[in-house]
Design a protein around this ligand. Structure first.
Ligand SMILES: Nc1ncnc2c1ncn2[C@@H]1O[C@H](COP(=O)(O)OP(=O)(O)OP(=O)(O)O)[C@@H](O)[C@H]1O
Length: 264
């Protein structure tokens, strides 16, 4: 088996303004360290893919970015959002999650109508005007490229939608709350190729208004949609650069072996 040196890294500093940045982020599940000194800068209105073998720490890292690991892990280091370190105890995590929203691997719509999946959180925020609610439902579904498919059945159960439609509904549900950053944890891994293509097209269109960070096992997907890609290995972020450079001119041997299918 090939042995690697992990002290060599190739981490770019994008010149574009960052929407979010981590500084020496470390995650511990009990005694076990799952992430080591992760420092990345995510450019605004760009898509960044996090790739690496199973167990390399991608989801662990992603979940830190909106404080989803709070109850299960100890997270050290800084997460800078608008010059504030949101990894501080006193930060309101619910406000963080309104700005930095998460879409999970398995579509998880509420067992409610399509309309209510979008409107529910808006009503909780105090929006009750029917016309305004209807407008927000429409805009969110359009942004998630689902409107044309569901506009005549908004009062039907979301659970009757296909998996790919449910996932786009979950994206629409996030967008309704006007977040700044979208985190997606393998959002297409449970979907067929046609649904996957629709999700990818949706994300490509959303990058004009949102900063997107996506975990994917699918390297073709990363190369199709991501502007930047970070390669994770055994809890270390070894390489981070523009996607084309990472896939065509990897600087680190482990990255090269991973993307050429020699391990993982
Ligand atoms: N809740 C948890 N409790 C304990 N250990 C965990 C927990 N979640 C993840 N781990 C461990 O942390 C390490 C990184 O896991 P993580 O899920 O972040 O990797 P990943 O790269 O996202 O993997 P995959 O691609 O399989 O989802 C693994 O060793 C995993 O077993």
């Amino acid at each position: 088996m090939q042995t690697y040196q992990y002290d060599q890294t190739n981490i770019c500093q994008p010149t574009l303004a960052p929407a979010l940045a981590t500084r020496e982020l470390e995650v511990f599940y009990g005694d076990k360290q799952a992430l080591f000194k992760g420092s990345l800068q995510f450019p605004k209105h760009r898509i960044t893919a996090l790739i690496g073998a199973s167990g390399s720490g991608k989801s662990t890292f992603l979940r830190c970015l909106n404080r989803m690991n709070d109850r299960v892990a100890t997270v050290k280091g800084r997460i800078l959002y608008h010059d504030t370190d949101i990894n501080q105890r006193q930060i309101n995590v619910y406000q963080v999650r309104r700005q930095i929203s998460m879409v999970f691997q398995r579509p998880n719509p509420f067992a409610k109508s399509i309309r209510e999946n979008i409107a529910f959180a808006l009503k909780q925020q105090g929006l009750h005007d029917r016309a305004q609610l209807a407008a927000r439902v429409e805009t969110s579904l359009k942004a998630a490229a689902l409107w044309d498919e569901v506009k005549d059945e908004l009062d039907q159960s979301a659970l009757a939608l296909s998996g790919g439609q449910q996932q786009r509904l979950c994206i629409a549900r996030c967008l309704a709350l006007a977040p700044d950053i979208l985190l997606l944890d393998e959002p297409a891994s449970a979907l067929d190729p046609i649904s996957t293509a629709k999700i990818e097209a949706t994300l490509a269109a959303l990058r004009h208004d949102y900063t997107i960070i996506i975990v994917t096992h699918n390297m073709q997907q990363a190369s199709r949609i991501a502007d930047y890609t970070a390669f994770f290995h055994l809890g270390h972020i070894l390489e981070y650069s523009e996607t084309e450079a990472l896939f065509t001119r990897p600087q680190i041997k482990v990255t090269e072996d991973y993307i050429s299918g020699n391990f993982g």
